[in-house]
Design a protein around this ligand. Structure first.
Ligand code: NAD
Length: 486
């Protein structure tokens, strides 16, 4: 029997009600694999967003009054339900944005993992006693408190992971939330809301409104929203911060990247090639924030690495995303494909690098699908657009360096700073580079950015600020109150 390709009816989830219509009208959901319309998505207008925020505000006092152990218990139940439904959540992730089934299942499992992890934190959020009368001082201590209503804005590439990294820690800390996923990815989060209800999380604690920029802006500006957690691009982040500035509202920003992968001659070149190409081409067709889209290779092994990369790219396969042998997916929209092809075209016409593979639209894919060939440029000029600006598509730039200093200078030359990758067996070099690379995380010899759920993730520069994952990701949703008693 083939895989079920039907999509669920989509709703706005406000205060425990599932509403089939929103005041923002509807939009057709298009499957990027075929370009065919799969269903209609109801959009929230500002009035729906306001109702969702009010529902979250109304639910807050009772949710805050749950004991930490009760909150842990309900989140453990949610994790169990997510684990039981990984197959369905993975299937819907494919139908959301055309990702391969393997990646869809992986992202659903990751959400389950974060849910278990943060469930465990729910009853371990503690304050400190800082001074005591025995020291001839006031009794003083800190009290961790939730913010209240948190506004959470997601992008379309991996909404389930963002739920695990944002929504769950916000709940564990005692906040209520209004989540606005992208209208491009309505299905997996629709299913999640069923699980939220089934777990026994009270009505109004988790509200979900699909919508575009106007719904996002209404959420950010709402005076009852106490904090914003955003995943998306730097351009939108600037608008969000401008809105937050009016009421001095805090925000966590998880933005894009142009991450460098530094390869020294003593590295395992086959492993580097496999991991780098898998990450840039097989993970959401390059639509991942932390992908190593700049491969910086020492001149002594550059030609060898370039050859290996091109050979690997030639072995990649397009096809039905549910077919396990398919490893490249389409990009999310027609507009995204045109934008990516535009960047490839400019790099070619400006001669800022040599085209080694790809560069266009592949043969043998559905005519309506939004496919871009895995594309590799060699000897890319470090200051060119293709080496400086996030493509968010299946495009890899190879750059040559001759010294460690030059590699660091190139790696640090963009305005982003999400991840940096290093490949060398020289521990002294590892220690120097982890200090010198300007990035929120440095990952050595093939370690991925998410190593367990304990390691925080986030950026510097225009990759944003604040952290997700680990204890740091929890503390983003906790306000510290100081108490002193004379
Ligand atoms: P985007 O910034 O266009 O949109 C993201 C979300 O913001 C969407 O839900 C959108 O509706 C909403 N939005 C748009 N305008 C808004 C406004 N004025 N006010 C409030 N909300 C608004 O981003 P995108 O193009 O959908 O996503 C791609 C970007 O996301 C890339 O830069 C990528 O690197 C980044 N990303 C980062 C991470 C991370 O964790 N660092 C993870 C995934 C994606």
């Amino acid at each position: 029997m083939g895989i079920d390709r039907t999509v669920p009816a989509v709703h706005l989830h406000i205060g425990g009600q599932a509403r089939a219509e929103g005041t923002g009208g509807t939009v057709e959901h298009v499957f990027p694999v075929t370009g065919e319309v799969q269903g209609l998505v109801p959009l929230a207008g500002p009035a729906d967003v306001a109702e969702a925020v009010e529902a979250a505000h109304a639910a807050f006092p009772a949710w805050r009054a749950w004991t930490p152990a009760e909150r842990r218990g309900v989140l453990v139940r949610l994790a169990e339900l997510i684990k039981a439904d990984i197959a369905e959540l993975g299937r819907l992730s494919v139908l959301d944005n055309g990702m391969t089934h393997r990646i869809g299942l992986h992202l659903a499992s990751s959400m389950a993992g974060y849910t278990e992890y943060y469930a465990g934190w729910a009853d371990k959020i503690e304050g400190r006693v800082t001074t005591v009368p025995a020291q001839r001082r006031e009794l003083a201590y800190t009290v961790p408190e939730p913010y209240g209503v948190v506004g959470i804005i997601l992008t379309w590439n991996g909404p389930l992971v963002s739920v695990g990294m944002k929504v769950i820690p916000a709940l564990a800390a005692g906040n209520t939330v209004v989540v606005k996923p992208s209208e491009l990815t309505p299905y997996a989060t629709e299913h999640l809301m069923r699980l939220v209800r089934a777990a026994g999380i009270p009505d109004g604690v988790v509200n979900l409104v699909l919508g575009g920029p106007d719904a996002g802006e209404a959420l950010v500006r709402h005076p009852l929203v106490q904090k914003v957690s955003f995943t998306g691009g730097p351009t939108t982040a600037r608008k969000i911060l401008a809105s937050c500035a009016e009421s001095l509202k805090p925000a966590v920003l998880e933005l894009g990247g142009k991450s460098a992968n530094l390869v020294f001659p003593d590295a395992d070149l086959d492993r580097v090639t496999l991991i780098n190409t898998s990450s840039v081409f097989e993970t959401l067709a390059g639509q991942g924030c932390a992908i190593p889209s700049r491969l910086l290779v020492h001149e002594s092994v550059y030609d060898e690495v370039a050859e290996k990369v091109v050979a690997r790219v030639r072995s990649l396969r397009f096809g039905d995303p549910f077919d396990p042998s398919t490893n490249v997916s389409p990009v999310v929209t027609h507009a995204a494909r045109d934008r990516i092809l535009g960047m490839i075209g400019r790099a070619r016409s400006q001669g800022v690098g040599r085209l080694l593979a790809g560069g266009g639209v592949p043969d043998g894919v559905p005519a309506g699908g939004y496919y871009v060939e895995p594309t590799v440029f060699g000897d890319v000029a470090p200051d060119s657009e293709i080496a400086q600006v996030e493509v968010f598509g299946p495009v890899l730039s190879l750059l040559r360096f001759s010294s460690e200093e030059e590699a660091v200078a190139i790696a640090n030359s963009t305005s982003y700073g999400l991840a940096s990758y290093v490949n060398t067996r020289d521990i002294g070099r590892v220690n120097r580079l982890t200090a010198q690379l300007r990035a929120g995380g440095v990952y050595v010899n093939g370690a991925p950015p998410v190593v367990g759920y304990e390691l925080p993730f986030g950026g510097v520069g225009i990759s944003g600020y604040g952290r997700e994952g680990g204890q740091e990701g929890l503390l983003e949703f906790v306000r510290t109150k100081a108490v002193a008693i004379a």
